[in-house]
Design a protein around this ligand. Structure first.
Ligand SMILES: Cc1cc2nc3c(=O)[nH]c(=O)nc-3n(C[C@H](O)[C@H](O)[C@H](O)COP(=O)(O)OP(=O)(O)OC[C@H]3O[C@@H](n4cnc5c(N)ncnc54)[C@H](O)[C@@H]3O)c2cc1C
Length: 427
């Protein structure tokens, strides 16, 4: 395992001092979680959803609580621990972030999932590509939880082939006028700003005529419409832009250099999926729960089910260590290689295999809600896992990446990187 050393200066607290400061803050501001009890079949919450799916009123309440907590953290100097002091950060090494996260996990604090995309992907892109005034305006506000961000990349005709996007931005004096449609925008319904990639020059090849912007999600002409999923929830949206005016100072990077802006965001997306445990554990759907399920429904003597369970266990372990390798590389300041793609693929394979195992053990209990603990609840898991095979790079696209960049197989034919975008066939 790679280890990193932290260089501290006289004004930098040691990790021990910082840990004491964090514990004092948490003790004063939150309740400690009760010690985690061993999982026991039939006890506690049986929810195993892939996505948090709550009704709009609960979502509003959850967001308000999440913001209050984020503001408390920020005001105590613990909201942007490794950030640049010029933008409200504390300027400490990343190890201090990890220490904070591990200490906070012992306390009962409101879910911070609302900030995942904004802080995991949009804020790092603002940090790397926005103009200083815009960094000063948004970075502290985002880390304080006052401003929530979303990612507006995918379109009906541009998902895996992101560079094929057609939302236009046309210059009009000091402003840009944005028109087009985005889709699958997670959290757009409660976001204040969005990172949008637009086509600014259709005469250039498709990867070259793109520009990134920060758009006000409440500006006139922005229309957010929820998309209902097969799980019953609506975590995603279609977002329509109808001549939305965006000031030029909200541009990310140079005009027509939006592809490198998008790559910054996508790199951070992979890293945040990794940090969230992609390919490692499965959260609530862990091996203890699965083996107790097998025992409860009398399948422990079935050799094929036992074999399936052991294969799952092996898959979880291999994914966990592959994921750890990738995260250790990031922490050591190196770029992760194929580990991220392999970890993402392992995650989706493990999720799919878990669903198949559960379906075999539960049989019809999975589809009829009889109220029996730990049965119908799994239907949300099974309906949610296909989405994980698509989000953050689909299985097939990741196979292509591994084939081309790791195994050295020939590149996919037919990608035109020289003709003007306007002359290409559109999806
Ligand atoms: C849970 C979830 C959350 C999301 N959140 C967001 C968000 O917040 N913001 C956002 O902008 N987008 C978001 N997305 C959209 C996501 O980025 C896209 O769904 C993804 O890029 C795939 O694009 P697509 O759906 O258009 O499918 P397509 O790209 O059209 O792919 C359709 C099928 O073709 C396959 N395919 C495509 N290209 C190739 C190829 N070259 N070789 C082999 N097979 C190929 C794919 O694997 C897939 O099976 C989210 C999606 C999900 C599922």
């Amino acid at each position: 395992m790679t280890t990193t050393t932290t260089t501290t200066t006289a004004s930098t607290p040691t990790l021990d001092e910082f840990g004491a400061e964090v514990t004092a803050f948490l003790d004063a501001a939150a309740e400690r979680r009760p010690e985690r009890r061993e999982f026991a079949w039939g006890e506690g919450d049986d929810s195993v959803s892939m996505f948090e799916e709550v009704d709009p009123a609960d979502e509003r309440r959850g967001l308000a609580e999440a913001k209050v907590w984020r503001a408390k953290r920020f005001d105590a100097g613990l909201g942007y621990i490794s950030g640049d002091p010029a933008y409200g950060g504390r300027g400490l090494p990343a190890a201090y972030d990890r220490l904070y996260a591990s200490l906070e996990s012992r306390y009962d604090v409101p879910s911070q999932s609302f900030f995942g995309i904004g802080l995991g992907m949009v804020a790092p892109t603002i940090k790397d590509h926005a103009q200083p005034d815009i960094k000063a305006r948004y970075l502290p506000a985002m880390y304080r939880g006052d401003v929530v961000g979303c990612q507006l990349f995918s379109e009906p005709g541009a998902g895996s082939d992101l560079a094929g996007l057609q939302t236009r931005a046309e210059r009009d004096g000091d402003e840009w006028v944005v028109s087009g449609q985005k889709v699958w925008t997670s959290g757009a319904q409660y976001s204040d700003i969005g990172e949008v990639i637009c086509r600014t020059d259709p005469d250039m090849p498709k990867h070259q005529g793109l520009t990134g912007f920060i758009v006000d999600m409440r500006a006139p002409g922005v229309d957010v419409r929820p998309l209902r999923q097969m799980t019953g929830g609506a975590s995603f949206n279609e977002v329509f832009f109808n001549e939305v005016r965006v000031p030029d100072d909200h541009r990310l990077g140079d005009v027509n250099q939006g592809w490198s802006v998008a790559l910054t965001t996508l790199m951070n997306e992979r890293a945040s999926i990794g940090a969230g445990g992609a390919g490692g554990g499965l959260g609530v759907a862990d091996i203890t729960r699965l083996s107790q399920m097998l025992a409860h429904f009398g399948g422990s003597d079935d050799p094929t089910l036992r074999d399936q369970l052991m294969r799952l266990y092996t898959g979880f372990q291999v994914a966990k260590f592959t994921n750890q390798r990738a995260l250790d590389k990031i922490r050591a300041g190196q770029l992760p290689g194929p580990e991220m793609s392999i970890a993402k693929l392992s995650l989706t394979r493990n999720l799919t295999d878990t669903g198949q195992f559960v379906a075999r053990v539960l049989g019809p209990r999975l589809t009829a809600d009889t109220g029996e603990w730990g049965t119908f609840a799994w239907s949300r898991f099974l309906c949610g896992t296909p989405g994980m095979r698509i989000a953050g790079g689909s299985d097939e696209v990741l196979h292509n990446i591994i084939g081309e960049r790791v195994l050295g197989l020939p590149k996919e034919p037919g990608i035109d990187t020289t003709s003007p975008f306007k002359d290409l066939l559109k999806n």
